[in-house]
Design a protein around this ligand. Sequence first.
Ligand SMILES: CN1CCC[C@H](Cn2ccc3ccc(-c4n[nH]c(N)c4C#N)cc32)C1
Length: 245
Amino acid sequence: MKLDIVTIFPDYFAPLDVSLLGKARQRGDVDAHVHDLRGWAHDRHRTVDDTPYGGGPGMVMKPEPWGEALDAIVPPGSSARLVVPTPSGRPFTQELAGAYAAEPWLVFACGRYEGIDARVIEDARSRMPVDEVSIGDYVLAGGESAVLVMVEAVTRLLPGVLGNAGSAADDSFAPGRMEALLEGPVYTKPPDWRGRPVPPVLMSGNHGAIARWRRDEALRRTAAIRPELIARNALDDADRRTLSE
Ligand SMILES: CN1CCC[C@H](Cn2ccc3ccc(-c4n[nH]c(N)c4C#N)cc32)C1
């Protein structure tokens, strides 16, 4: 997968060089490049913002630097999808992360101030698919944190990145039977810690009983914390018994 990120804070993306994603980059599974938008701002002060037409608070990101940046990064006819984080975007979900993991090339545009001049998105839509996406119902100061979240959620789904292909398939919200259940509790050594034992079933070696216990814990947690998600799952009689307890 090819990733390009345009931002006025390139240092924000130092985390892309660590952990699993850093290894994926070193292996060549992910070809990621971070671009400083100010490289396409040609005045002495490298200006990327100006006052909003119609008045109002704050500043708006000028269209010219963005237009030149996207022209330079995405040549006409290439197959990039532009992803623009914004609080007014469609929700970023595990399903969308899975769709993005199948894309050959994602370009992320990190806005700041009050956002990017709307004509930048309009112009980009004339030559590539553009998604305006939100990572949640709260307001950040810019798009960089959202891009870090999306890049992690997407690249962990790429073959070989997690190093344990089964993990992503068992995620909450991953397609499949555990469609939208919250993760249950996890445990590791020691078997007893501060007088708190690990649930005995997890050390029983009975894989059927372990799977049932894990699903029951996920059902109970989901019913308690996100009851609206229960209906999104294919429940069997055993599930319904657990939820009726
Ligand atoms: C007061 N104003 C309101 C409009 C947005 C201004 C800050 N900002 C500028 C660019 C930009 C990009 C994303 C986000 C953002 N916030 N929350 C989310 N879930 C996001 C996502 N994805 C926020 C952003 C602040």
